[in-house]
Design a protein around this ligand. Structure first.
Ligand code: MLT
Ligand code: MN
Length: 310
């Protein structure tokens, strides 16, 4: 199974279009050690031919241009694509908007939780992916599902599970309450298994907290892509970028006693890679002390074009 990181940054990308903070400014001007990154998406393939996107970012067009494996087969029909399915893990803008780029009448299949599919259904612009050609299939929680596209087995089995998280920003119920209307299935993680070999990895790009059920699930995993949005809960406030903490946005931080470095310290995950990294996060600077701390704790910082074969 081949896994490609199409985009390793969080919503807004790195640099973000309107951000003049020092991190984005350094990335924009090509400062060494500040490699730009597009918004959050992975691609996975079991057979070297047919690909599944894990989240579909607003930067998909740029990601496709950078990834020949996702181009149409030059020997194929006039309209063709190796992208056979898309799985969305929440309804955040950075994870669903790329679907709009996949219009033009080529069939594929969209998978997501009931909660996320309902959001897509409620926004009629997503009908540019005509449901008759592009079926939407609900992923039940905690049940392995063999991925198919129009009856073709894609060689991958996926199990979705609810993770602590939050409803998409644009769906927040502002009437009050701490959860903003969030429910199970608003944010899911995925266990992706190559059906034939049984090799697997986990993908959890959005996560508010590593609670005991999640820790038990991920314990001993061979490979994990995990929410690396912020290094410190209040970094966006301190950098003067946005008056919100990571906790308010439904994202665990990397550092601190409740952070992901601490949470995974004893979970024996063989390979741990941060993705969905916000442009404020100092781990995006190759030479920062925070990057060294994360690496010393056994974490890798994802980058666009990263490839892993398992
Ligand atoms: C998030 O990950 O919290 C969202 O992508 C934020 C956003 O929609 O801007
Ligand atoms: Mn996001």
């Amino acid at each position: 199974m081949l896994i490609k990181v199409l985009g390793a940054s969080a919503g807004g990308g790195f640099p973000q279009w309107n951000c003049n903070g020092s991190m984005s400014a350094s990335a924009r001007t090509g400062h060494p050690g500040f490699a730009p990154r597009t918004q959050s998406s992975l691609a996975v393939c079991a057979d070297g031919r047919r690909w599944v996107l894990l989240n579909c970012s607003p930067d998909l067009r740029q990601q496709l241009a950078a990834t020949p494996a996702l181009w149409p087969d030059p020997m194929g029909s006039l309209r063709n694509s190796p992208i056979k399915a898309v799985i969305v893990t929440n309804a955040d803008v950075d994870h669903i908007i790329g679907l709009i780029n996949l219009r033009e009448g080529t069939p594929f299949t969209i998978y997501g939780s009931d909660r996320v599919l309902k959001t897509i259904q409620a926004n009629s612009v997503f009908n540019v992916c005509n449901p008759e050609l592009v079926p939407r299939i609900e992923l039940p929680l905690d049940q392995p599902v063999v991925l198919e596209d129009h009856g073709e087995d894609l060689g991958l089995t996926v199990e979705a599970f609810a993770v602590p998280g939050k409803i998409a920003l644009f769906l927040e119920d502002t009437a009050g309450g701490k959860s903003f209307g969030s429910r199970d299935g608003d944010t899911i993680g995925l266990k992706v298994t190559e059906t034939v070999s049984g090799r697997f990895f986990y993908y959890v790009p959005g996560c508010a907290e590593v609670d005991p059920p999640l820790a038990n699930r991920l314990k001993g995993a061979p490979l994990l892509f995990f929410d690396g949005t912020l290094y410190t809960d209040d970094e966006m406030i301190r950098q003067g970028l946005l008056n919100k903490t990571g906790a308010r946005m439904g994202h665990i931080s990397i550092s601190g006693s409740n952070g992901s470095i601490a949470a995974f310290k004893d979970l024996d995950v063989a390979r741990k890679i941060y993705v969905h990294i916000n442009n404020s996060n100092p781990v995006l600077d190759d030479h920062s002390p925070e990057r060294k701390v994360a690496e010393k704790a056994g974490w890798e910082v994802g980058f666009d074009g990263m490839e892993i074969m398992i």
